[in-house]
Ligand binder design. Structure first.
Ligand code: UDP
Length: 469
């Protein structure tokens, strides 16, 4: 199981490996990249069950890339340059007594499918985002070929199979600038998906049923490989989570009264936006728990690989006196908090989220409504989805604009104590019920994973199963 860097990728891979071991008797090797690794990635791999091991592809030089290269460019170049090492690893695993039953690659590494294909190994993409994102990526090369303007300037909304109409500006962010080298790399990545035997998608069938059906139709016609909706997986990060001071603070708050504010593992705001968000939360009068990052005026994914060498305290960038003035109603936590546990706490009644897909599934699993504030990657598309299903209110649909404090205060109040918020909360509870049914034996996610696993076990080239491994 090859995983790209970033906890939003590594953690679901670890959980899939755990499920394959616990329910289907598989042993797995999780393969990571030494380049771009981070302490949070490592913590997601810290406690793995017996039968699940890890190995890292060696570091490759990328110092020829410009300092301002897009983060996805960095990742995709690392993926390309490590392919010879991956080939050597797969060969050695093939020569081992267990062999390889199936090779799974992360959604950012489909270039690796060619290596598995050469070696005759069954190969699947583990897609850690929505089916809507997958459908749009499969359709993107055609859109690239048939249009000349930037996607955000497309005059009409685009309709991908089984998806809501999407404005060009809501398509994935690395495809928004044809002049950036990341654009061509991403188009190649979309084409590489077609080398796979299928997609294992970390999503909830009940939220994306139409897209699943449309992709099934296309796979029956031989257009795309088949897709299986196997989510949501819910897991926690560390046994120490319960000891985090924010959990004790939550224990002292009334039911559903706290807005949890977090922009994923790496989302960052500009310094102006950080100040406006702080002022808006304060003016809203609502309780909040805010995971604060160092502001970045350069880009919105500045801390994707962790805080790096920064020694600065993010809390020191908050407005003068903010922490003292909000002491009764708010708690600020620097850098990182145990999100799954927080969302599951009875005191949390809303989630101001960047709409990363893991965060989206975690909020669904916890029945918590969302204030959608997308930043980068496919997050705008996810926000459209969450708003459409009735789970989210939207902060601001405009790109590149500072959201003023008045708007932050108004939407916060609407989500926490307004009518629209109450409706979103009701919808969140309905989806939570669907999510909890999905993974139990007989549920759609459980059945989908079992069906694909049966296929792997029956495939002729499955020496691990033949040898009882
Ligand atoms: N996360 C967390 N604590 C934090 C920030 C993030 O536990 O303070 C976890 C969160 O629960 C989710 C993951 O990190 O599982 C972030 O993944 P997501 O897809 O939402 O966003 P990304 O980080 O990929 O932008």
């Amino acid at each position: 199981m090859l995983t790209s860097p970033g906890v939003g990728h590594v953690a679901p891979v670890a959980e899939l490996a755990r499920r394959l071991a616990a329910h289907h008797g598989f042993t797995s090797t999780i393969v990571t990249y030494t380049n771009l690794s981070s302490p949070t990635n490592s913590s997601a791999l810290a406690t793995l069950p017996p039968g699940v091991s890890t190995t890292a592809l060696p570091e490759v030089p990328i110092d020829d890339l410009p300092a301002d290269a897009h983060i996805v460019t960095r990742i995709l170049i690392v993926v390309q340059r490590t392919l010879p090492h991956l080939r050597a690893l797969l060969r050695s695993l093939l020569d081992s007594p267990a062999g390889i039953t199936v090779f799974l690659t992360d959604m950012l590494c489909p270039a690796a499918l060619a290596v598995a294909q050469d070696l005759g190994v069954p190969r699947y993409v583990f897609y850690t985002s929505s089916l809507m994102a997958l459908s749009s990526m499969l359709g993107a090369p055609e859109l690239v070929r048939t249009t000349t303007c930037e996607f955000r300037d497309l005059p009409e909304p685009v309709i991908f199979p089984g998806c809501l109409p999407l404005h060009g500006a809501d398509l994935v962010e690395p495809l928004q600038d044809r002049a950036d080298p990341v654009y061509d790399l991403l188009v190649d990545l979309c084409l590489d998906y077609l080398r796979g035997d299928g997609f294992i998608v970390h999503t909830l069938n009940a939220m994306e049923h139409e897209t699943l059906e449309a992709l099934k139709d296309l796979s029956d016609k031989g257009v795309y490989p088949p897709a299986y909706a196997v989510g949501p997986f819910l897991r926690s990060y560390s046994d120490k989570s319960a000891e985090h001071n924010c959990m004790q603070w939550l224990d002292g708050q009334p039911d559903e009264s706290v807005l949890y504010v977090c922009f994923g593992s790496g989302g960052t705001l500009s310094s102006t936006q950080t100040a406006e968000l702080a002022a808006g939360l304060e003016a809203s009068g609502q309780r909040f728990l805010w995971v604060v990052r160092l502001p970045s005026d350069k880009d919105s994914c500045g801390s994707y690989f962790g805080p790096g060498d920064h020694v600065d305290d993010p809390l020191s960038y908050l407005p003068e006196g903010f922490t003292e003035r909000t002491r009764g109603t708010g708690l600020v936590v620097p850098q990182w908090a145990p999100q799954v546990e927080i969302l599951g706490h009875r005191a949390v009644g809303g989630f101001l989220s960047h709409c990363g897909w893991n965060s989206s599934l975690e909020t669904v699993s916890s029945g918590v409504p969302v204030l959608a504030w997308p930043l980068f990657a496919e997050q705008r598309m996810n926000a459209v989805k969450l708003e459409h299903v009735g789970l989210a209110l939207r902060v601001s649909a405009r790109v590149d604009r500072v959201v003023p404090r008045e708007e932050v205060a108004a939407v916060t109040r609407e989500l926490m104590v307004g009518e629209k918020g109450a409706m979103a909360r009701k919808k969140a509870r309905q989806l939570q019920a669907e999510a909890s049914k999905a993974s139990v034996p007989g549920g759609p996610a459980h059945q989908a994973l079992a069906a694909v696993v049966d296929m792997w076990k029956c495939a002729p080239s499955s020496p691990a199963v033949a040898a009882g491994g």
